[in-house]
Every structure is written in C-alpha cells, then in structure tokens.
Design a protein around this ligand. Sequence first.
Ligand code: ZN
Length: 264
Amino acid sequence: MEIQVLGVGNAFTSRYYNTSFLIRSEQLLLIDCPQALFRLLREIGVDPRLIDRVLVTHIHGDHTSGLETLLLWKKYVARSKLTICTGRRVWEEIKTRFFPSFSATFTPDLEDIQETALEDYADFCELEEDRENQLIDGLKVAFRYNWHPTPTLGLKLISPHGTVGISGDTCYRPALLKRLLERGTLNAGRYQKLAGDWLWKSDVIYHEVERGEAGAHTAEAELLALPADIRARIRLIHLADDFEESPLALARQGEILRFEDLRK
Ligand SMILES: [Zn+2]
C-alpha cells in the first residue's frame, strides 16, 4: 500500500495542485479533492471511474473544488455513487453549506428545475472520533477536530506497517491552544490531540505550514521548536508558491511512500 502526494499547494497556489493525497492499494482512496482534479488524475494515469471513496477533511474550496466535479460526474456521466468518509460535523457542512450550491438540476424535459439530495450522489461513511475506523482493507484512520474556522479533520492513517499523520488545516500554536483550553473552548481530550503528542507519534507527518506569525495556519517557527526526533519525521505541505526552503523537509508533489517502508 502506498500514499501519493497529489498536491502540496495552499489555497492560493498557481504553481502546484492544492494539498491532497491518494492511497493506492487494491482500492484507491482520495484524501481531499483539489481544483482541476480531473486534469490531475489524467496526468497520473488514474481513471476517475476507479475512485469511489473520498475522505474529506473540510469544505474549504481548495480541498473540495474537485469534489463538486467528481460528484456531478459520478452521478450524470458514470452513473455511480461516491462514498464520502468523514466526521459527522464535516458531513453536515457538506450537506448544508457545500452541496446546496449545485443541488438544483433540470427535469429531463428541461422545462423545470428541481432539487436533488446529497444522498443521490454520495453515501456517508461515518468516521467516529476516539476510535480507529476501517477505511479500506489494511488501513484504519483516527482523527481529531482541528482548530480551523470550519469543522476540519487532522488524520492518522494507521497500517500494520506504520502510521502516516496528516495535520490537515490547523493552527498549531501551543500558547493559543493553552488559552483555548483555559477558556473552555477546547476540552482536555481535544487539547491533548491538538497540542500533545497525538500526531507526533506518527512515523511520517505531513504538516501544513505558513511563513510569518500572524496567519490562521501553522507558523514554521512553531514546528521548528519541536524536539529533533519529531522534526525529522515532518514533511511540510500546504505551501505558498514562494515557500521553497526550510530546515524541515518539504513534501514534493507526486512523491510516493510505501507503508511497508515507513519504519525503515
Ligand atoms: Zn481550510
């Protein structure tokens, strides 16, 4: 089983595809759906018919632009259905905020417009918090809800050979997270997953990053302050176009990791 980095860009990239991944095994599993998804799939030689499961971290456009395309194509061209794996709070956002922008369609005679339901396009595979959820054969996933303006998942992909962590969009800033705990915005369990070693125990960690201190994402300096053994397992992702060097490793678009090699 392999994980391929499909895109390493942030929301405003004009250089990369947006941050997204593909699990390649007997089954394919897409993690987020960047803009120009179909061009990307063509470039890596993957037939979209073979993708029937998608894990969605959150509904921001750089992660779901391609999901609209994929849902419409599945229903109206391939005549099949997608399975969307995500947490219940993200599913509710997909249903109530994302899907309504394209839920209307013509009647077959084109004389009327009618509403469709998300369930006409996709089945919901619910990932539950605080447990390891079977994703595909040989791969489980655990998640946390990140600190981001919309419900957003941070992931741990767990195989018998090792674990790949994906931070998802989040603001890893220990001092801020501590204040949120003290204020009661975060409960102790969520705080532990966001500020403790929940993600850091992964064998490889794809972590989002941005330069500077003021933004909504994770400042590079916060990751540089982590212990050396964690820093060595981090690959930075969700990159601005001019983010080209760092003391930490950068994820490369197209790179493939074999789960069997994670601990080698
Ligand atoms: Zn986001």
